[in-house]
Design a protein around this ligand. Structure first.
Ligand code: HEC
Ligand code: HEC
Length: 335
């Protein structure tokens, strides 16, 4: 009585396992077929889900932007409801487009979103600086289909998802043409630099004896100061050219949120630093030594915004050419 029943059970289990196995093999094969078809170029669907994955990973958008309460970056406008105009970016884009149209560049909401990625410097959000990288150039190097996916994700934040509208945007056409040559341009720009030793660069960065003391003001991952911007992901979004300029000419472009001020106290003291905290009674600044100074407002005679960076201007003189390339090599590992 029992034996045939057991036989049937084993037979069923074997068949089911066989189907599962064949199913696995088939998905693998078809997955590979899809990859191969693109010749190494990613084939990304223009869906908010695909765009969301890019936003929070390859696109490195999250290193500067948060979306509502998701993320912790504050260097760039929040793209959720808590952002400018108290509207998520999908809805905000419509008002931005109206503003751009009044400024003489007629566009619809979708165009504004594509323009923000194609040419971020064309319209700079109030209170921020023109410091968003060209995300279609290395090191981020999003492909046009990835940009489309990201735009549908932005549209899905309070706006209307319209993948067909993205294709029609003239900004996408411009971007496609520019993206095709971007990688070669960046490779060309690398040529003047010699390869450095990242290990030695890291020592220079953190060494308390070194006169440069980058680590006194900058943190990478777990250690370092917080006078200047955290550099944990700097190479994920910035080219070596940008990083070199930041080191050699820090005042040329001062990162948003890191402008320094000069405070003169009533008893004649002068303090230069970056405002880290302020309330009705006092102001706390980080000075060039990485020290926090809390100054009661009642003691302040004058406070003057500065045009120069708190970062020392003389690295070009105190670093040897080799030190500079070792430092650059170290910074390029911070992805
Ligand atoms: C290194 C920092 C940085 C990175 C990385 C970055 N952005 Fe930005 N972004 C900014 C800054 C700063 C602004 C505000 C200045 C401006 O308008 O150009 C901005 C502005 C924007 C705006 C306009 C917001 C508004 O209120 O109108 C959009 C949209 C945007 N970014 C999307 C993205 C997306 C999507 C990515 C990733 C593919 C990205 N950004 C990556 C810094 C960054
Ligand atoms: C006294 C503090 C201080 C020291 C020392 C210092 N920095 Fe800075 N750094 C800053 C501040 C403040 C900023 C932001 C203002 C600006 O953009 O100039 C900054 C900006 C930067 C940026 C641009 C970051 C971005 O995201 O825009 C880079 C890169 C950088 N520093 C690298 C270095 C390196 C490498 C060293 C050592 C050779 C160094 N810094 C030493 C304070 C410092």
């Amino acid at each position: 009585m029992k034996r045939p029943f057991l036989g049937v059970t084993i037979f069923t289990v074997v068949i089911v396992l066989l189907f599962v196995y064949i199913g696995e093999v088939l998905t693998k094969v078809s997955g590979e077929a899809v990859k191969g078809a693109g010749h190494g170029v990613s084939a990304v669907g223009a869906t908010p889900e695909a765009g969301e994955a890019i936003f929070w990973r390859k696109g490195a958008c999250y290193t500067c932007h948060s979306v509502g309460r998701r993320g912790s970056s504050i260097r760039a406008p929040n793209l959720g409801e808590s952002g400018p105009l108290n509207m998520p970016i999908g809805a905000r884009a419509a008002l931005r487009a109206q503003e751009r149209t009044k400024q003489g560049r007629p566009m619809a909401a979708t165009d504004y979103l594509v323009e923000s990625l194609a040419e971020p410097g064309a319209y700079v959000v109030e209170g921020f600086k023109n410091e968003m990288p060209l995300v279609w150039k290395p090191p981020i190097a999003l492909q046009p289909d990835e940009i489309k996916a990201v735009v549908t994700y932005l549209q899905s934040q309070g706006g209307t998802v319209d993948a067909a509208g993205i294709d029609k945007s003239p900004f996408l056409q411009k971007l496609k043409a520019a993206a095709a040559t971007a990688a070669a341009e960046v490779a060309e720009a690398w040529k003047p630099y010699m390869p450095g030793d990242p290990k030695l660069g890291q020592e220079i960065f953190f060494s308390p004896e070194s006169p440069v003391g980058c680590g006194k003001c900058h943190a990478t991952k777990e250690k370092g100061g917080d006078v200047g911007p955290e550099l944990t992901h700097v190479a994920a979004t910035r080219t070596p050219q940008f990083i070199l300029q930041a080191i050699l000419e820090p005042s040329k472009e001062i990162a948003s949120g890191f402008d320094s001020i000069l405070i003169q106290t009533k008893d004649g003291r002068l303090i230069t630093g970056i405002v880290k905290k302020e309330d009705v009674a006092s102001i706390t600044v980080a000075d060039s030594q990485g020290q926090l100074q809390k100054i009661p407002k009642a003691e302040i005679a004058e406070r003057v915004p500065q045009k120069t960076s708190l970062m020392p201007e003389n690295f070009g003189e105190i670093l040897t050419v080799k030190d500079l390339h070792d430092l650059l090599a170290f910074l390029m590992t911070l992805k």
